[in-house]
Design a protein around this ligand. Sequence first.
Ligand code: EPZ
Length: 419
Amino acid sequence: MRKIVINGGRSLKGRVTVSGAKNSVVALIPAIILADGIVTLDGVPAISDVDSLIDIMETMGATVTRQGETLEIDPRGVQDMPMPFGKINSLRASYYFYGSLLGRFGQAVVGLPGGCDLGPRPIDLHLKAFEAMGARVTYEGQNMRLSTEGQRIHGAHIYMDTVSVGATINTILAAVKAEGRTVIENAAREPEIIDVATLLNNMGARIRGAGTDIITIDGVENLHGTRHQVIPDRIEAGTYIALAAAVGEGIQIDNVLYEHLESYIAKLEEMGVRMTVSEDAVFVEKQDKLKAVSIKTSPYPGFATDLQQPITPLLLKATGSGYITDTIYEKRVGHVQELANLGADIQTRGNRIAYKGPSHLRGTAVKATDLRAGAAMVIAGLMAEGRTEITNIEFILRGYSNIIEKLTELGADIQLVEE
Ligand code: EPZ
């Protein structure tokens, strides 16, 4: 097993560039199955989720060429076959193969999704949409089979009981080549949904309303190849902004779309974080006094659930006390005990997290309990006095490209070592 070792307490400075969005690219790659030509993606992040998806695509018969951040995929060799279960289980976003295989072949046999342990992560809304569009769902061992039994998948009017990024995107994937019109009400509005719709529309799809809570898709016969630039990763950006405020003395984060982070930046300003937001970058000064605030996550454009863990070490620097309530994943608290082990005054109380700052953190052995909890461990380790060792770091490498190189560049004393 590998671990990350940090000698903390140092001030960092310089510039860091945000990579392409993980939560976009994990949908863009499966979406390419729907094309009858070559699709090229630019700005693809160097993360292990992408490696896993490339493996799956090649196993299914696609031809994939990767040059740096550019991925060229020819999906014309993709066969309608059961998905390779092992790889499927490694990432939750494998569920996007349901929608794209259903959209292309009218059937899909896919292993049940894996991913971070954030408590139960159902896919009932995905299945409800597919059934409304004419697919039948059956289970074969650990695989799930979706099939329209030879009929063409057809459009439907779908109301999402819960706002769901995955169910919204998966329904779009199944609908773009379906017979007739699909309407999704109470759709999620995340920027990644707009990115997927942009790719599909550039392939010839007819999607309107992505980014709003009502999305209309008129099915077409064919989708052709195209070239597409992946949007910047707003969660990676938010993570580096929190890190810069926690341990930086002047850090510029490049490739940031302010409109993707409005609620997050507003919360940082409420804390008194001094930063300059420009067209596509954020400059964060060295901070002195910060004020404790409370946070409540909500679907986009609210405060992102994926950022409540990375911002928490920064909250621990602030003076005062506050609460963090994750309304989307109540159990997204794996980082709390680990932060307490570093000396933080933080605990879960019922369905929320209570903290009191400022906390003086001292390095020790901690573990990443999930992807964004791992990011919180890295920031806390940079803040803590002495040596911090983080295990279970495969989670971190799933969503943060070149994190060791990026932090070393900023002056951090951080290594990835074999245990
Ligand atoms: C996406 O997950 C992201 N992952 C998550 O980021 C993110 O936390 C989440 O959206 C919320 O923003 C990817 O995009 C790959 P949801 P997803 O469906 O689509 C419930 C990260 O750190 N729900 O929007 O799986 C669900 O339990 C990851 O990058 C159902 O009840 O999330 C949750 O409470 C972690 N039934 C809420 O909806 C369903 O069928 C939102 O989940 C689907 C979801």
